[in-house]
Each structure stands twice: as C-alpha cells, then as structure tokens.
Design a protein around this ligand. Structure first.
Ligand code: F6R
Length: 268
C-alpha cells in the first residue's frame, strides 16, 4: 500500500484528480469506478476544471458507480445519480451510454439485477481505477462492518452509524421529507478487490480510526476497508487529521520520498 499524506482536503482532491487524469490520458477508454460523498466533491471539481481547460477528454471513458440508495429514483436530490450529475457528469463530455450506476428503484429480484451489474463490469473489461471514500465505521461502498470479504454487488442493509451520518441529509421539512433510505445496492468487497488500481481518500479526524484500522490493523470483516490489504495496488490519499492515529507515519513519509525518486509515476 502507498500512503500519500497531504495537508488538507484541497491537496487531496488535487492529487487524486491528477492521478485519475493521467490514467485517462494514458488510456482514453479507461473504465473508472466512482464514489459519491463529501470527500469526492473536490476531486470532481478538479476533474471538471481539467476538462474545461481542454486537457481531459471523457468521451471514451466508461464509469461504474459503487452504490445507490434503495428506493431513490435518479432524479431524487439525495440520490447518487443526482450527485454524480451535479458534481461531474453534467460538466464533462462523458457519453451517457457509458455511465453505470446501480438502479435504486428496482424491486423484487435483487440478486438478478445485481448479477447483471457485475456482468456489465465484466463486459467492460473490468474496472481499471477505482475511487473510494471510507465511512467512519470503515465501510467502502456500502459494505458495512461484517460484510464478507468475498461479497459481490448486492442489496445491503445500512448500519446505524451510516443511518446517523446520513440523517442530516434527509431531515424532514426540506425537499426530501421521506425517511432516510435503510438499504442500498452496493458493489461488494470482492468486486472492489478485482479492480486494477484503487485510490482511497479520507479527510478529517472522524475518519482517523477507520484509516488506522484499515492500514495497520488486521484484515477483518469488522473493518471492510482492511480487506484492501489484500489488493496489490492501493493508494491511500489522506490528510493530517485522518492520518492522526497511524503509528508508522515516518515510514510512510520515507516511502513517499523514495517513490518520488524511483517510481514517480505512482504519484502523478
Ligand atoms: C459513496 C460511498 C461511501 C462513501 C463514504 C464516505 O458512494 O461509497 O462509502 O465514500 O461513506 O463518505 P463521505 O465522503 O461523505 O465522508
């Protein structure tokens, strides 16, 4: 694992966008795994800026989002479909036919639908670069604690911690008076582990325990992101606050220095 330590959210967004942009420039038909959430907003802002400057072409890029709330239609202001439109897709030249986000409105045969999402990933040749955030409880996608490390795309019940974190976005009285969704469709940990390269971003002290457990703790289904230790190409991009519980910080800084000297491609 490569741990890139940055000062703040701005630097993290810039670094992640730069890595994604170079991957797209190297392979214009890249298959990109995308995440939603507050941590991603800055990354998408940078990608949009690069596109508007004329230095980033999404016309052949294929995207797969990690997850969507069950019960929310695409046009719902809190849906991940809506988030992606607002923050990225509406501002770049990605072909709508190349966009894949789990459908939150499916009913009934969830297994069949989720298998078809997996099949679409396979047909696209697999995901080249996967962007991940992390929950305070260590979730990646909506793989809540105790998710199987081999899990695939499926219906998942959200944990109380995630419901609490989300409740602020679903407050009664605003445009979405319904209750917070209690379930989601999410790619599994096994699905994520099959992607070729992973970038996990985390900011803020609230994520520091999850980050430390994922990087330095045992591989355990109690912390879904710890399964990333089994992946051959993971880069954590984290700010000082999110890094505050790591015990091997000096070592990660030395690795970064040597990486810049010996394999600078991993950083740009
Ligand atoms: C969203 C997703 C989640 C978020 C995580 C962090 O698509 O997969 O795992 O990445 O909950 O969310 P923020 O960035 O809002 O703290």
């Amino acid at each position: 694992m490569l741990v890139i330590l940055k000062r703040d959210d701005q630097e993290i967004s810039r670094q992640a966008a730069q890595l994604i942009a170079s991957a797209v420039r190297k392979n214009p038909a890249l298959t990109l795994g995308l995440a939603t959430g507050g941590t991603m907003i800055g990354v998408y802002r940078h990608l949009v800026a690069l596109h508007k400057q004329g230095s980033l072409d999404f016309s052949r890029v294929v995207t797969f989002n990690l997850d969507e709330y069950l019960g929310l239609p695409a046009e719902h202001p809190r849906s991940f479909h809506h988030f992606m439109q607002e923050n990225l897709f509406a501002h770049v030249n990605v072909d709508p036919r190349n966009i894949h986000i789990p459908d939150g409105t499916i009913r009934g045969n969830y297994d069949q639908y989720c298998a078809s999402y997996e099949e679409a990933i396979r047909k696209a040749g697999g995901i080249d670069v996967q962007l991940l955030g992390i929950g305070r409880n260590g979730h990646i996608g909506f793989n809540e604690p105790t998710s199987s490390i081999g899990s695939r795309t499926r219906l998942k019940v959200l944990s109380q911690e995630t419901l609490d974190d989300n409740s602020k976005f679903f407050a009664p009285g605003e445009e979405s008076p319904e209750e917070s969704p209690r379930c989601a469709i999410t790619m599994g940990i096994g699905t994520i582990l099959e992607t070729r390269k992973i970038l996990l971003l985390a900011t803020g002290a609230g994520k520091s325990a999850a980050v430390a457990n994922s990087i330095e703790g045992p591989v355990t289904s109690a912390v879904s992101a710890s399964a990333l230790q089994l992946h051959p190409d993971v880069t954590f991009i984290i700010d000082d606050a999110a890094a505050s519980q790591l015990t091997q910080r000096d070592y990660y800084l030395r690795v970064l220095e040597m990486t810049a000297l010996l394999t600078p491609d991993r950083l740009s």
